[in-house]
Design a protein around this ligand. Structure first.
Ligand SMILES: *Cc1c(COP(=O)(O)O)cnc(C)c1O
Length: 364
């Protein structure tokens, strides 16, 4: 069996795979109503929120767009706190729909500095919302979201958070940290296949929603709320993915959120130590290294593309490459959702033999 170690999609537990072969049911019927109501309640527990939570049939990016078009109007100024590829994507979406995006960029591999966020908000009082990535999957960096949020809330701005690859795996108490819209995706830490985005919408977000003028149809949160009251979604949902998520959420609640977070921390630590023991430098700054994905800098002659190919073709281990300007410069090991220490041990043991075959050690 393939050892899929990219930062989503992840492998799935047997119980989750089995339920996906279930026959279809009526998405306007009572059984679906029960399932969607229970899934939503379980998500609220794991988001640690009493805000509304919606299931959107989309990949994570769809919910980034939903967050933007439901809370903003063309011409609104938004601060984009950017630390990598996915932060840039969030900003691009806002820009496409007419927001005036003010970028605050940090070097890739580092986290955002909350004091710089404060200076940016001081410099431009008209800013309406702040876009932040919780866990930047492209660089393997987790922002200090608690500190950033407290700055954003000093200024009483709307806070929209791409938590796609962090929520459910890395600490993120949505209510305690005053996240107005938090977004995640089923194929990341949730032990479910791709197909659903999950999004929380709190009171401040609803207030913004009332005045928001960006065009929207499929993504309208008002429609999502009124259908959820009937145990439905506005449009035909990805029923099989919801079946899968209903099972994986039960598994997550049985393990317990604190235990899940601790497992990710432990496995991430073992990954980082193992990588360093191989003689490879970590790419992300140590103080903000992600517990769901480890980014490794190519060094000492390593050809990452060759290494990834040998790992995949000869050892059935699939790792992630670098994205955009990091292509060929880093590789990434995903350790989120359904992952154990043994999965990572297998990666590290195999890397030890493959690295020299891919040029590692050839440079002086
Ligand atoms: C995976 C990911 C996305 C994109 O999600 P899709 O499901 O591929 O649309 C966006 N942001 C972050 C932080 C991610 O990890």
């Amino acid at each position: 069996m393939e050892n899929l170690r990219i930062p989503g999609p992840t492998p799935l537990p047997e119980e989750v795979l089995r339920v996906m072969s279930r026959q279809m049911i009526n998405h306007r019927g009572p059984e679906f109503g029960q399932i969607v109501t229970e899934v939503t309640a379980n998500l609220k527990q794991l988001f640690q929120t009493t805000a509304d939570v919606f299931l959107l049939t989309a990949s994570g990016t769809g919910a980034l767009e939903a967050a933007v078009v439901n809370t903003l109007s063309p011409g609104d100024k938004v601060l984009s706190v950017s630390i990598g590829v996915f932060s840039e994507r969030f900003a691009t979406i806002a820009g496409q729909f007419g927001a005036e995006v003010i970028p605050l960029r940090f070097e890739w591999g580092t986290a955002a500095d909350p004091d710089a966020v404060r200076r940016a908000l001081n410099a431009e009082p008209e800013i309406k919302a702040v876009l932040v990535t919780h866990n930047e999957t492209s660089t393997g960096v987790t922002n200090d979201l608690a500190a950033i949020s407290s700055v954003v809330k000093e200024f009483d701005k709307l806070l929209l958070v791409d938590a796609i690859s962090g929520l459910g795996s890395i600490k993120l108490p949505v209510d305690e940290w005053h996240i107005d819209v938090a977004i995640t995706g089923s194929q990341k830490g949730w032990m479910a296949p791709p197909g659903l985005a999950m999004v929380s919408v709190n009171q401040q977000a609803w207030q913004a929603h009332e005045k928001a003028k960006m065009p929207r149809f499929y993504w309208d949160f008002t429609k999502a709320r009124s259908y959820l009251e009937k145990g439905q979604t506005p449009w035909t949902p990805s029923i099989s993915t919801i079946f899968a998520l209903s099972v994986s959420l039960k598994m997550m609640l049985a393990e317990g959120l604190a235990n899940i977070i601790a497992r990710h921390a432990r496995i991430a630590q073992a990954t980082r130590e193992g990588v360093k023991a191989l003689g490879l430098p970590l790419f992300a700054e140590a103080s903000h290294a992600s517990n769901t994905v480890t980014s490794v800098a190519a060094s000492n002659g390593l050809d990452t593309r060759k290494m990834l190919k040998i790992m995949r073709e000869e050892h059935q281990i699939v790792l992630g490459g670098g994205q955009q300007k990091l292509d060929g410069k880093i590789f990434r090991i995903g350790h989120l959702g359904w992952v154990s220490e043994d999965d990572i041990k297998a990666v590290l043991t195999t890397l030890k033999t493959v690295l020299p075959q891919a040029g590692f050690g050839s440079a002086s």
